[in-house]
Write a protein that binds this ligand. Structure first.
Ligand SMILES: C[S@@+](CC[C@H](N)C(=O)[O-])C[C@H]1O[C@@H](n2cnc3c(N)ncnc32)[C@H](O)[C@@H]1O
Length: 442
Protein backbone atom coordinates (compact mmCIF):
# COMPACT_ATOMS: atom_id res chain seq x y z
CA UNK A 1 0.00 0.00 0.00
CA UNK A 2 1.47 3.43 -0.93
CA UNK A 3 1.87 5.53 2.20
CA UNK A 4 -0.55 8.45 2.60
CA UNK A 5 2.47 10.33 4.02
CA UNK A 6 4.36 9.95 0.74
CA UNK A 7 1.66 9.48 -1.92
CA UNK A 8 -1.55 10.93 -0.47
CA UNK A 9 -3.48 10.93 -3.76
CA UNK A 10 -6.31 13.40 -4.22
CA UNK A 11 -8.91 12.00 -1.83
CA UNK A 12 -9.37 10.27 1.50
CA UNK A 13 -9.49 6.48 1.20
CA UNK A 14 -10.74 3.53 3.23
CA UNK A 15 -8.15 2.12 5.68
CA UNK A 16 -5.94 5.16 5.04
CA UNK A 17 -4.95 7.68 7.69
CA UNK A 18 -6.70 11.07 7.49
CA UNK A 19 -6.33 14.07 9.73
CA UNK A 20 -9.39 15.95 10.86
CA UNK A 21 -8.63 19.61 11.47
CA UNK A 22 -10.75 20.78 14.37
CA UNK A 23 -8.98 24.01 15.26
CA UNK A 24 -5.53 25.52 14.95
CA UNK A 25 -3.16 23.08 16.69
CA UNK A 26 -5.95 20.57 17.21
CA UNK A 27 -5.88 17.69 14.75
CA UNK A 28 -7.47 14.30 15.13
CA UNK A 29 -5.91 11.31 13.29
CA UNK A 30 -8.46 8.79 12.01
CA UNK A 31 -8.10 5.59 10.00
CA UNK A 32 -11.28 5.55 7.94
CA UNK A 33 -13.32 2.38 8.00
CA UNK A 34 -15.58 1.43 5.10
CA UNK A 35 -16.39 -2.08 6.29
CA UNK A 36 -19.68 -1.19 7.96
CA UNK A 37 -22.18 0.62 5.73
CA UNK A 38 -25.07 0.30 8.19
CA UNK A 39 -25.83 3.82 9.47
CA UNK A 40 -26.99 2.49 12.83
CA UNK A 41 -23.72 0.72 13.63
CA UNK A 42 -21.01 2.37 11.52
CA UNK A 43 -18.07 4.08 13.25
CA UNK A 44 -18.52 7.71 14.20
CA UNK A 45 -15.93 10.36 15.02
CA UNK A 46 -17.35 12.51 17.79
CA UNK A 47 -16.06 16.05 18.06
CA UNK A 48 -17.11 19.28 19.75
CA UNK A 49 -18.44 20.29 16.31
CA UNK A 50 -20.82 17.35 16.10
CA UNK A 51 -20.73 13.70 14.99
CA UNK A 52 -19.02 12.57 11.77
CA UNK A 53 -19.83 9.00 10.62
CA UNK A 54 -16.90 7.51 8.67
CA UNK A 55 -19.01 7.32 5.49
CA UNK A 56 -19.23 11.14 5.44
CA UNK A 57 -15.42 11.39 5.54
CA UNK A 58 -14.59 8.80 2.89
CA UNK A 59 -13.62 9.67 -0.67
CA UNK A 60 -13.43 13.41 0.03
CA UNK A 61 -11.01 15.72 -1.78
CA UNK A 62 -8.27 16.68 0.68
CA UNK A 63 -9.00 20.05 2.21
CA UNK A 64 -12.79 19.63 1.94
CA UNK A 65 -15.03 21.16 4.54
CA UNK A 66 -17.40 18.55 5.96
CA UNK A 67 -20.58 19.40 7.82
CA UNK A 68 -21.49 17.33 10.85
CA UNK A 69 -24.31 14.84 10.48
CA UNK A 70 -27.60 14.79 12.23
CA UNK A 71 -27.58 12.54 15.22
CA UNK A 72 -28.43 9.03 14.09
CA UNK A 73 -31.75 7.57 15.01
CA UNK A 74 -30.10 4.56 16.64
CA UNK A 75 -30.32 3.82 20.34
CA UNK A 76 -26.85 5.18 21.05
CA UNK A 77 -27.76 8.49 19.43
CA UNK A 78 -31.00 8.79 21.34
CA UNK A 79 -29.25 8.16 24.61
CA UNK A 80 -26.85 10.99 23.82
CA UNK A 81 -25.24 12.65 26.78
CA UNK A 82 -24.11 16.21 27.22
CA UNK A 83 -20.43 16.14 27.86
CA UNK A 84 -17.69 18.70 28.21
CA UNK A 85 -16.30 19.89 24.86
CA UNK A 86 -12.80 18.68 25.70
CA UNK A 87 -14.01 15.13 26.27
CA UNK A 88 -15.75 15.03 22.95
CA UNK A 89 -12.94 14.94 20.41
CA UNK A 90 -12.41 11.24 19.94
CA UNK A 91 -12.14 8.78 17.12
CA UNK A 92 -14.79 6.44 18.42
CA UNK A 93 -17.92 7.10 20.33
CA UNK A 94 -20.26 5.14 22.48
CA UNK A 95 -22.75 7.95 22.49
CA UNK A 96 -23.30 10.88 20.20
CA UNK A 97 -24.09 14.43 21.33
CA UNK A 98 -27.52 15.61 20.36
CA UNK A 99 -26.39 18.82 18.65
CA UNK A 100 -25.12 18.66 15.09
CA UNK A 101 -24.03 22.15 14.29
CA UNK A 102 -20.45 22.45 13.08
CA UNK A 103 -18.00 21.50 10.40
CA UNK A 104 -14.40 20.33 10.14
CA UNK A 105 -11.79 19.99 7.39
CA UNK A 106 -10.11 16.78 6.24
CA UNK A 107 -6.39 16.68 5.36
CA UNK A 108 -3.84 14.09 4.29
CA UNK A 109 -1.27 13.20 6.95
CA UNK A 110 2.17 14.80 6.93
CA UNK A 111 5.03 14.23 9.41
CA UNK A 112 4.31 17.70 10.83
CA UNK A 113 0.60 17.07 11.44
CA UNK A 114 1.38 13.57 12.75
CA UNK A 115 3.84 15.08 15.26
CA UNK A 116 1.15 17.38 16.63
CA UNK A 117 -1.53 14.67 16.83
CA UNK A 118 0.26 11.38 17.55
CA UNK A 119 -0.37 9.38 20.71
CA UNK A 120 2.55 10.28 22.99
CA UNK A 121 4.37 7.31 24.48
CA UNK A 122 7.51 9.36 25.24
CA UNK A 123 8.83 12.89 24.86
CA UNK A 124 8.91 13.53 21.12
CA UNK A 125 11.10 15.53 18.78
CA UNK A 126 9.06 18.44 17.43
CA UNK A 127 9.05 19.92 13.93
CA UNK A 128 11.40 22.91 14.57
CA UNK A 129 14.07 20.51 15.87
CA UNK A 130 13.72 17.70 13.35
CA UNK A 131 13.58 19.95 10.31
CA UNK A 132 16.91 21.49 11.40
CA UNK A 133 18.40 18.10 12.34
CA UNK A 134 17.49 16.52 8.99
CA UNK A 135 18.98 19.49 7.16
CA UNK A 136 22.28 19.23 9.10
CA UNK A 137 22.37 15.44 8.61
CA UNK A 138 22.17 16.04 4.82
CA UNK A 139 19.15 13.69 4.78
CA UNK A 140 18.08 13.30 1.17
CA UNK A 141 16.33 10.76 -1.08
CA UNK A 142 18.28 7.52 -1.23
CA UNK A 143 20.32 7.86 1.95
CA UNK A 144 20.18 5.67 5.05
CA UNK A 145 19.60 7.07 8.54
CA UNK A 146 20.12 5.18 11.79
CA UNK A 147 17.71 6.35 14.50
CA UNK A 148 17.72 5.37 18.20
CA UNK A 149 15.41 5.35 20.12
CA UNK A 150 12.29 5.39 18.07
CA UNK A 151 10.06 6.43 21.01
CA UNK A 152 6.71 7.65 19.67
CA UNK A 153 7.87 7.74 16.05
CA UNK A 154 7.74 11.49 15.56
CA UNK A 155 11.26 11.79 14.13
CA UNK A 156 10.84 8.46 12.31
CA UNK A 157 8.04 9.77 10.07
CA UNK A 158 9.94 12.94 9.15
CA UNK A 159 13.13 10.96 8.43
CA UNK A 160 11.19 8.46 6.28
CA UNK A 161 9.85 11.26 4.10
CA UNK A 162 13.32 12.86 3.79
CA UNK A 163 15.03 9.67 2.51
CA UNK A 164 12.16 8.25 0.44
CA UNK A 165 12.96 7.66 -3.23
CA UNK A 166 10.68 4.70 -4.00
CA UNK A 167 9.33 1.47 -2.52
CA UNK A 168 11.90 -1.29 -2.77
CA UNK A 169 9.18 -3.98 -2.66
CA UNK A 170 7.41 -2.45 -5.68
CA UNK A 171 10.46 -2.22 -7.97
CA UNK A 172 11.73 -4.89 -10.37
CA UNK A 173 14.76 -6.98 -9.27
CA UNK A 174 16.88 -5.32 -12.01
CA UNK A 175 16.18 -1.74 -10.92
CA UNK A 176 16.60 -2.81 -7.27
CA UNK A 177 20.24 -3.55 -8.02
CA UNK A 178 20.82 -0.14 -9.55
CA UNK A 179 18.82 1.99 -7.09
CA UNK A 180 19.84 2.54 -3.52
CA UNK A 181 16.51 2.99 -1.76
CA UNK A 182 16.35 5.45 1.12
CA UNK A 183 15.93 3.74 4.51
CA UNK A 184 15.48 4.60 8.16
CA UNK A 185 16.91 1.93 10.49
CA UNK A 186 15.13 2.55 13.75
CA UNK A 187 16.13 0.98 17.10
CA UNK A 188 14.05 0.89 20.29
CA UNK A 189 14.72 -1.13 23.42
CA UNK A 190 11.29 -0.82 25.07
CA UNK A 191 9.40 -3.90 23.81
CA UNK A 192 5.87 -2.42 23.75
CA UNK A 193 7.04 0.79 22.11
CA UNK A 194 8.96 -1.14 19.46
CA UNK A 195 5.86 -3.27 18.76
CA UNK A 196 3.56 -0.24 18.65
CA UNK A 197 5.75 1.71 16.25
CA UNK A 198 5.99 -1.36 14.01
CA UNK A 199 2.18 -1.56 13.89
CA UNK A 200 1.82 2.16 13.25
CA UNK A 201 4.37 2.14 10.44
CA UNK A 202 2.58 -0.80 8.79
CA UNK A 203 -0.74 1.03 9.12
CA UNK A 204 0.87 4.13 7.55
CA UNK A 205 2.38 2.16 4.64
CA UNK A 206 5.93 2.96 5.76
CA UNK A 207 7.19 -0.53 6.63
CA UNK A 208 9.11 -0.60 3.34
CA UNK A 209 11.02 2.56 4.21
CA UNK A 210 11.56 2.04 7.96
CA UNK A 211 13.25 -1.05 9.37
CA UNK A 212 12.43 -1.35 13.10
CA UNK A 213 14.59 -3.37 15.50
CA UNK A 214 13.88 -4.10 19.17
CA UNK A 215 17.35 -3.68 20.69
CA UNK A 216 19.44 -2.14 23.42
CA UNK A 217 21.88 -0.22 21.24
CA UNK A 218 24.30 0.49 24.10
CA UNK A 219 25.25 -3.18 24.31
CA UNK A 220 24.25 -4.56 20.91
CA UNK A 221 24.99 -1.82 18.38
CA UNK A 222 23.34 -1.09 15.06
CA UNK A 223 23.70 -4.08 12.71
CA UNK A 224 20.50 -5.43 11.15
CA UNK A 225 19.60 -8.93 12.32
CA UNK A 226 22.18 -10.53 14.58
CA UNK A 227 24.09 -7.93 16.65
CA UNK A 228 27.48 -9.48 15.82
CA UNK A 229 27.11 -11.14 12.42
CA UNK A 230 24.19 -9.13 11.00
CA UNK A 231 24.06 -6.95 7.87
CA UNK A 232 25.40 -3.40 7.90
CA UNK A 233 22.74 -0.74 7.24
CA UNK A 234 25.54 1.31 5.56
CA UNK A 235 24.29 4.47 7.21
CA UNK A 236 25.12 7.94 5.93
CA UNK A 237 23.59 9.66 8.94
CA UNK A 238 22.82 8.89 12.59
CA UNK A 239 20.33 10.45 15.00
CA UNK A 240 20.54 9.45 18.67
CA UNK A 241 17.70 10.51 20.99
CA UNK A 242 18.84 8.40 23.95
CA UNK A 243 19.38 9.08 27.66
CA UNK A 244 23.14 8.34 27.30
CA UNK A 245 24.15 8.72 23.63
CA UNK A 246 27.88 8.48 24.43
CA UNK A 247 27.39 4.80 25.39
CA UNK A 248 26.23 3.97 21.85
CA UNK A 249 29.07 5.76 20.05
CA UNK A 250 31.57 2.89 20.36
CA UNK A 251 29.49 0.96 17.80
CA UNK A 252 29.54 3.83 15.29
CA UNK A 253 33.11 3.43 14.09
CA UNK A 254 34.74 2.40 10.83
CA UNK A 255 36.61 -0.59 12.29
CA UNK A 256 34.52 -2.10 15.07
CA UNK A 257 36.37 -3.42 18.08
CA UNK A 258 33.19 -4.71 19.74
CA UNK A 259 33.22 -8.08 18.00
CA UNK A 260 30.88 -7.03 15.19
CA UNK A 261 31.84 -8.33 11.77
CA UNK A 262 31.22 -5.05 9.93
CA UNK A 263 30.72 -1.37 10.64
CA UNK A 264 27.12 -0.08 10.48
CA UNK A 265 28.41 2.98 8.58
CA UNK A 266 28.61 3.52 4.82
CA UNK A 267 32.32 3.12 3.90
CA UNK A 268 31.91 5.19 0.74
CA UNK A 269 30.70 8.42 2.34
CA UNK A 270 31.26 10.68 5.33
CA UNK A 271 28.76 10.08 8.15
CA UNK A 272 26.83 12.91 9.82
CA UNK A 273 25.65 12.48 13.38
CA UNK A 274 23.27 14.38 15.67
CA UNK A 275 22.58 13.61 19.33
CA UNK A 276 19.64 15.12 21.17
CA UNK A 277 20.13 15.78 24.90
CA UNK A 278 18.19 17.78 27.45
CA UNK A 279 21.16 18.78 29.63
CA UNK A 280 24.67 20.17 29.31
CA UNK A 281 26.41 17.36 31.25
CA UNK A 282 25.17 14.87 28.67
CA UNK A 283 26.42 17.14 25.89
CA UNK A 284 29.88 17.29 27.49
CA UNK A 285 30.13 13.50 27.80
CA UNK A 286 28.95 13.05 24.19
CA UNK A 287 31.45 15.57 22.81
CA UNK A 288 34.31 14.07 24.77
CA UNK A 289 33.56 10.57 23.38
CA UNK A 290 33.07 11.91 19.83
CA UNK A 291 36.54 13.48 20.02
CA UNK A 292 38.13 10.23 21.24
CA UNK A 293 36.54 8.33 18.35
CA UNK A 294 37.76 10.69 15.63
CA UNK A 295 34.60 12.66 14.82
CA UNK A 296 35.29 16.14 13.41
CA UNK A 297 33.48 19.53 13.06
CA UNK A 298 31.81 19.06 16.43
CA UNK A 299 29.29 21.77 17.26
CA UNK A 300 26.27 22.29 19.51
CA UNK A 301 23.02 24.09 18.70
CA UNK A 302 19.89 24.86 20.66
CA UNK A 303 16.83 25.46 18.50
CA UNK A 304 14.73 28.18 20.08
CA UNK A 305 11.97 28.65 17.59
CA UNK A 306 9.21 31.10 18.42
CA UNK A 307 6.07 31.84 16.45
CA UNK A 308 5.59 35.59 16.11
CA UNK A 309 2.05 36.86 16.18
CA UNK A 310 1.68 40.23 14.41
CA UNK A 311 -1.59 42.08 15.01
CA UNK A 312 -3.23 45.39 15.77
CA UNK A 313 -3.93 46.22 19.38
CA UNK A 314 -6.97 48.39 19.86
CA UNK A 315 -7.63 49.88 23.28
CA UNK A 316 -10.65 51.99 24.23
CA UNK A 317 -14.11 51.83 25.70
CA UNK A 318 -15.78 52.69 22.43
CA UNK A 319 -14.71 49.45 20.73
CA UNK A 320 -17.53 47.28 21.92
CA UNK A 321 -18.09 44.43 19.46
CA UNK A 322 -14.85 45.05 17.57
CA UNK A 323 -12.97 41.75 17.20
CA UNK A 324 -9.73 41.58 19.23
CA UNK A 325 -10.26 45.00 20.83
CA UNK A 326 -9.42 45.50 24.51
CA UNK A 327 -12.34 47.07 26.39
CA UNK A 328 -10.18 49.26 28.60
CA UNK A 329 -9.89 53.06 28.83
CA UNK A 330 -7.18 54.28 26.50
CA UNK A 331 -6.59 57.53 28.46
CA UNK A 332 -7.23 59.06 31.90
CA UNK A 333 -9.88 61.34 30.34
CA UNK A 334 -11.74 58.34 28.94
CA UNK A 335 -11.59 56.55 32.32
CA UNK A 336 -12.90 59.61 34.21
CA UNK A 337 -15.61 60.19 31.58
CA UNK A 338 -16.75 56.60 31.99
CA UNK A 339 -16.84 56.87 35.83
CA UNK A 340 -18.81 60.13 35.62
CA UNK A 341 -21.39 58.69 33.25
CA UNK A 342 -21.81 55.63 35.49
CA UNK A 343 -22.23 57.83 38.58
CA UNK A 344 -24.85 59.94 36.72
CA UNK A 345 -26.71 56.78 35.76
CA UNK A 346 -26.63 55.51 39.38
CA UNK A 347 -27.84 58.86 40.71
CA UNK A 348 -30.77 58.89 38.29
CA UNK A 349 -31.55 55.24 39.14
CA UNK A 350 -31.62 55.93 42.90
CA UNK A 351 -33.81 58.97 42.34
CA UNK A 352 -36.30 56.89 40.37
CA UNK A 353 -36.19 54.16 43.03
CA UNK A 354 -37.06 56.69 45.68
CA UNK A 355 -39.97 57.91 43.52
CA UNK A 356 -41.06 54.24 43.20
CA UNK A 357 -40.84 54.17 39.39
CA UNK A 358 -39.56 51.20 37.40
CA UNK A 359 -36.08 52.14 36.20
CA UNK A 360 -36.90 51.06 32.65
CA UNK A 361 -39.95 53.33 32.40
CA UNK A 362 -40.20 57.08 32.67
CA UNK A 363 -42.37 58.94 35.15
CA UNK A 364 -45.40 58.49 32.83
CA UNK A 365 -44.80 54.70 32.70
CA UNK A 366 -43.54 54.73 29.09
CA UNK A 367 -40.58 52.46 28.09
CA UNK A 368 -37.35 54.43 28.40
CA UNK A 369 -35.23 54.45 25.22
CA UNK A 370 -31.77 53.01 25.86
CA UNK A 371 -29.34 55.86 25.60
CA UNK A 372 -26.86 55.04 22.87
CA UNK A 373 -23.25 55.82 23.66
CA UNK A 374 -22.18 57.87 20.71
CA UNK A 375 -18.62 58.04 21.93
CA UNK A 376 -17.43 55.18 19.69
CA UNK A 377 -14.36 55.36 17.43
CA UNK A 378 -16.68 54.26 14.61
CA UNK A 379 -18.73 57.41 15.01
CA UNK A 380 -15.74 59.64 15.62
CA UNK A 381 -13.39 58.75 12.81
CA UNK A 382 -13.38 57.39 9.33
CA UNK A 383 -10.42 55.01 9.81
CA UNK A 384 -11.47 51.44 8.94
CA UNK A 385 -11.47 49.02 11.86
CA UNK A 386 -8.56 46.92 10.52
CA UNK A 387 -6.29 49.99 10.44
CA UNK A 388 -7.04 51.24 13.94
CA UNK A 389 -4.87 50.74 16.98
CA UNK A 390 -1.17 50.06 17.32
CA UNK A 391 0.58 47.45 15.21
CA UNK A 392 2.31 45.09 17.65
CA UNK A 393 4.07 41.75 17.56
CA UNK A 394 4.31 39.16 20.30
CA UNK A 395 6.03 35.80 20.49
CA UNK A 396 3.72 32.96 21.32
CA UNK A 397 4.96 31.43 24.58
CA UNK A 398 3.08 28.15 24.34
CA UNK A 399 5.07 26.60 21.48
CA UNK A 400 5.30 22.84 21.96
CA UNK A 401 8.90 21.77 22.28
CA UNK A 402 11.30 20.50 24.92
CA UNK A 403 14.76 21.69 25.80
CA UNK A 404 17.21 20.09 23.48
CA UNK A 405 20.87 20.57 22.90
CA UNK A 406 21.77 19.23 19.50
CA UNK A 407 25.33 18.02 19.05
CA UNK A 408 26.51 17.62 15.46
CA UNK A 409 29.67 16.01 14.11
CA UNK A 410 31.08 14.38 10.97
CA UNK A 411 33.10 11.20 10.61
CA UNK A 412 35.16 11.42 7.40
CA UNK A 413 35.13 8.49 5.03
CA UNK A 414 38.04 6.07 5.43
CA UNK A 415 41.02 7.15 3.34
CA UNK A 416 44.23 5.19 2.59
CA UNK A 417 47.65 6.22 1.21
CA UNK A 418 46.82 4.26 -1.94
CA UNK A 419 43.55 6.17 -2.48
CA UNK A 420 45.39 9.48 -1.95
CA UNK A 421 48.02 8.54 -4.56
CA UNK A 422 45.40 7.45 -7.12
CA UNK A 423 43.48 10.71 -6.71
CA UNK A 424 46.63 12.82 -7.01
CA UNK A 425 47.46 11.08 -10.27
CA UNK A 426 44.00 11.62 -11.62
CA UNK A 427 43.51 15.20 -10.45
CA UNK A 428 46.99 16.69 -9.96
CA UNK A 429 47.23 20.02 -8.14
CA UNK A 430 48.30 23.16 -10.02
CA UNK A 431 51.83 23.07 -8.57
CA UNK A 432 52.16 19.44 -9.55
CA UNK A 433 50.99 20.30 -13.08
CA UNK A 434 53.40 23.28 -13.32
CA UNK A 435 56.28 21.14 -12.03
CA UNK A 436 55.58 18.58 -14.70
CA UNK A 437 55.45 21.26 -17.43
CA UNK A 438 58.83 22.69 -16.27
CA UNK A 439 60.39 19.23 -16.36
CA UNK A 440 59.01 18.69 -19.87
CA UNK A 441 60.50 21.99 -21.28
CA UNK A 442 64.01 21.29 -19.91
C1 LIG B 1 12.84 10.53 24.01
S1 LIG B 1 12.42 8.98 23.39
C2 LIG B 1 12.66 9.17 21.66
C3 LIG B 1 11.57 9.96 20.99
C4 LIG B 1 11.63 9.91 19.48
N1 LIG B 1 12.84 10.47 18.97
C5 LIG B 1 10.43 10.60 18.87
O1 LIG B 1 10.63 11.62 18.18
O2 LIG B 1 9.31 10.16 19.07
C6 LIG B 1 13.80 8.01 23.83
C7 LIG B 1 13.61 6.53 23.51
O3 LIG B 1 14.86 5.89 23.61
C8 LIG B 1 14.62 4.56 24.04
N2 LIG B 1 15.88 4.04 24.56
C9 LIG B 1 16.48 4.34 25.73
N3 LIG B 1 17.63 3.64 25.88
C10 LIG B 1 17.75 2.88 24.76
C11 LIG B 1 18.72 1.92 24.32
N4 LIG B 1 19.76 1.62 25.06
N5 LIG B 1 18.53 1.35 23.11
C12 LIG B 1 17.47 1.65 22.35
N6 LIG B 1 16.52 2.53 22.72
C13 LIG B 1 16.64 3.14 23.92
C14 LIG B 1 13.53 4.74 25.09
O4 LIG B 1 12.81 3.53 25.28
C15 LIG B 1 12.67 5.84 24.48
O5 LIG B 1 11.59 5.30 23.79
Amino acid sequence: MPSPFLNPGARSTANGLSLLHLRRDNLLPVVLDASDADPSTEKIVTTRFGPFPHSTLLNKTWGSQIASSNPPSNKRGKKALKRKADDLDSTEADDVPASASGFIHIFPPTPESWTSSLPHRTQVVYTPDYSYVLHRLRARPGCTIIEAGAGSGSFTHAAARAVFNGYSSASSPKSKKRTRFGKVCSFEFHAQRAQKIREELAQHGLEDVVHTTHRDVYSDGFLLGDPKTGKSPRANAVFLDLPAPWLALKHLVRNPADGAAVSPLDPSSPVFICTFSPCMEQVQKTISTLRQLGWLSISMVEVNQRRIDVRRELYGLGNEGVRGAVQFPKSVDEAIGKLRSEEDKMREYRKLQKEGVNSNTDTNGNERAVKEDDNTDEAKNEVPVYQRGRLIHRTEPDLKTHTSYLVFAVLPRPWSEEEERRCRERWPSRSERNGEAAVKTE
